[in-house]
Design a protein around this ligand. Structure first.
Ligand SMILES: [Zn+2]
Length: 80
């Protein structure tokens, strides 16, 4: 007897094609979602949905990333 799992029956071309088409549809949907962007309500620049805008640092109407503060810190580090 075989010591590893062996398919009981040969998978038909139809079965394989059906599996591939289902997989491809999901994969295309996933790729489409990865590249999807929405306009930032503050600066109108494209950003990923449900994420902080990396240009103005706003998310849902408030500052999440303060770029001005970050720049100050960088300048201080460079001086020291
Ligand atoms: Zn923005």
């Amino acid at each position: 007897m075989a010591k590893h799992p062996v398919p009981k029956r040969r998978a038909s071309a139809t079965r394989g094609n059906r599996r591939y088409s289902t997989w491809k549809r999901g994969e295309l949907k996933r790729l489409n979602n990865l590249t999807k962007t929405v306009a930032c309500p503050k600066c109108q620049q494209p950003r990923r949905p449900h994420t902080t805008c990396l240009i103005c640092g706003y998310y849902r109407g408030r500052v999440v990333i303060d770029f001005a503060k970050k720049d100050e810190k960088k300048v201080q580090k460079v001086k020291v």
